[in-house]
Design a protein around this ligand. Structure first.
Ligand SMILES: Nc1ncnc2c1ncn2[C@@H]1O[C@H](COP(=O)(O)OP(=O)(O)OP(=O)(O)O)[C@@H](O)[C@H]1O
Length: 197
């Protein structure tokens, strides 16, 4: 079985990763599996609150949940990506990697696989505007991730989501895949030295 391609959309919260993923999964030419790390965390939220449906919903302290579960969830997330690639799916990885430790884990797992590495770019001003408009993300989240997420310049290519619509970004990704060009960007990366973060 031919192994699938990992499409790694690197961008902060609100940069447009999910919107591009939706357009990629909606088109009919090349099949993609959209795998967001949020799906794994949301399962836990459902798991906690669906157990006793008659009780009032529990106030979940996401920081506590995160401290206890993050490492395990990311490990399962990475294994699931691996499995899907092995089964031949093209997998869109939709997550924010904003620290060296998490990046190094991801790099260790996937640096020997075909990875299309795309910078999903957006200015801080526009990220703040989008964050306010959508209202379902903590204010300041995107800005707090900005310098850690956008620390690469080895992308296979970049899309600026202030200039291109999600459909246009998806179109660029499909064109790149059909061009037969190499997927070289991710392979050029080294592990990061700030891995204690
Ligand atoms: N290319 C674009 N042009 C204009 N608005 C966009 C574009 N892409 C996304 N948006 C808008 O920005 C907001 C965030 O988009 P989206 O959910 O795709 O971002 P995200 O990177 O997946 O965010 P998160 O990581 O927080 O889930 C949405 O309101 C969306 O409509």
């Amino acid at each position: 079985m031919t192994q699938g391609l990992l499409v790694y959309l690197n961008g902060t919260s609100s940069s447009g990763k999910t919107s591009i993923s939706t357009e990629l999964t909606n088109q009919q030419e090349i099949p993609f599996y959209h795998l967001s790390v949020d799906d794994f965390f949301n399962n836990y939220n459902d798991f906690i609150n669906n157990k006793f449906p008659d009780d009032p919903p529990k106030e979940i302290d996401h920081q506590v949940v995160s401290q206890i579960l993050d490492d395990s969830i990311f490990s399962v997330y990475h294994s699931t990506i691996k499995l899907l690639l092995e089964l031949g799916f093209n997998v869109i990885v939709d997550t924010v990697i904003d620290n060296g430790k998490r990046f190094n884990e991801f790099h260790d797992q996937f640096s020997d696989q075909p990875v299309l590495f795309i910078g999903v770019l957006c200015s801080q001003e526009e990220l703040i505007r989008r964050e306010q408009a959508r209202g379902d993300r903590r204010a300041g989240l995107a800005a707090s991730q900005f310098s850690e997420v956008y620390c690469f310049d080895e992308y296979d290519f970049e899309v600026n989501t202030e200039e291109l619509s999600p459909v246009e970004c998806a179109g660029k990704i499909l064109s790149y895949m059909k061009s037969g060009k190499e997927y070289a960007g991710f392979k050029k990366l080294n592990t990061r030295s700030d891995s204690a973060n």
